[in-house]
Every structure is written in C-alpha cells, then in structure tokens.
Design a protein around this ligand. Sequence first.
Ligand code: KIV
Length: 274
Amino acid sequence: MSATAKKRAPMPDDIRAAKGGTPLVSLTAYTTPMAQMMDAHCDFVLVGDSVGMVLHGLPSTLGVTMEMMIMHGQAVARGLSTAMMVIDMPFGSYEESPEQAFRNAARLMAETHAGAVKLEGGVAMAETIAFLVRRGIPVMAHIGLTPQSINTLGGYKVQGRGAQRNALVADATAVAEAGAFSVVLEKVPQNLADQITADIPIPTIGIGASAGCDGQILVVDDMLGLFTAFKAKFVKRYAELGQGAEDAIAAYAAEVRERSFPGDEHVFADEVKK
Ligand code: KIV
C-alpha cells in the first residue's frame, strides 16, 4: 500500500490485501497533533496501550483502563483522515470471555470510531477473535512478546526461541484461522518472523521481528527519542526530540532567572504606535 496514493483511510480488508506487497507503515499515536503528523505517512495508526508507560508514567501497560483508551482514541481520531485507526483493548477488558470482549470492543469502536481493535494472545484468544469477527469487529492480533503478560512471561524477553518456536507458529496460525485481519509479531527471532510471514495468509506487522514482515510498527515516542526511560534493541531513533526539548526548557529557565526573557519583542506597550 502506498501512503502517497491514499484518498480514504484503508479498511481492514485493504490491510489484509496488502499481504506480500509494499510494506505497511504504522506507528502508535496518543494525541491529535501527533496523529495529524503521521496521517499522510502511515497506513494505520495504533492507539497503543503503551500510552500508559509513554504518557502516564505507569511501570507497565497493566494499569491502562478503558477510559484512558477511549480518551486517547478520541484525540487520535480527530487527527486522522487517510490512515486507519486501530485501538488496543486494555488488560482485563477481553480475557474473561468472548462476551466481555465483545462488550468492550464495541464500546471502544462506538466511542472512538476506530476501524479495528487489537488484542494480545494467540491460541488462547482464537475463540474470542472468531466471536468478535463474526459480530462485525475487525481484530488485529498481537503475539510473541505480549506486554500485558510480562508477569507470566517473566519480563520483556525475546519469544519463540528454541522449544517455544512451534508454539508461536501455532499462535500465528490460530489467529489467522480465527479471522484476524493481521497480526503484530513482537520481539521474535528474525527467521521465525520470516517463516510465519511466509506461512500465514494475513499480513504480519513486525516490531523487533524482521524487515521481511508485511509491515512495521514502532512506538512513536521511542522513534522520536521522546521516551528515554529505556531503549529496546529493536528501536531505531530517527530523532532526539527529548534532548532537544530538555535543552529548550533549560534555556528558558536560564533566561527567566537572568531576566532576559521576556524580551522587548514579547511585551506590550501602554499605547499602540500610530
Ligand atoms: O501498545 C503498543 O504500543 C503496541 C505496539 C505493537 C507497539 O502494542
């Protein structure tokens, strides 16, 4: 799919049909201005539950709520016109039963106008994915490192190495067969990502996976250098905006303290000059 040729936002079927073509481009977004900046360049934008760590200072994504997702989803929707919006289902909003997942997915879509939801899990979530898809909710799956499960995965480790390999292939196959229109592969070995991409009929979206995936996604604050608490190996920083922002704030603080800001050009005279 070519971002420059877009006239309308793609639908999940367009994303599915992009399998094997020009790689799909996506980033996360949480605010209107950031969504506006990426709209022309991305095929889809994910309102990720990474918002909890990136913007709210939470230690993981586990504390993210439906209300947070809806608020950020509405903000992102205001900034998009030609990229599709996908929204994450937060931890605890879908795992209990397909019915619980439907209620919360329907609420996310109705209140944010997202084109699809994303949820974490493979074989274990296949029944839920099929239930949602049969009821009109397009689902992007997310397998490999699934950050909502860090407590059972034992941290942010690479997934699918050695004996885990077949289980990850089974996850990918299960979500594709359940009707997901694409699947995020996070932090898996490159050759496994390539194998899954070749084996399943839906687009794979890599993050810490392989350039051979059908698309790529990054957390926008990571790639802009705005989130500096840590940097995963799979993140490429395309800018260092965090350092730029801190330098600007330090310059402002110094100028306020030495009374060189505001300058004459920033203040108002008592009378307007004729
Ligand atoms: O929440 C998130 O940002 C994600 C990604 C795939 C980056 O799920």
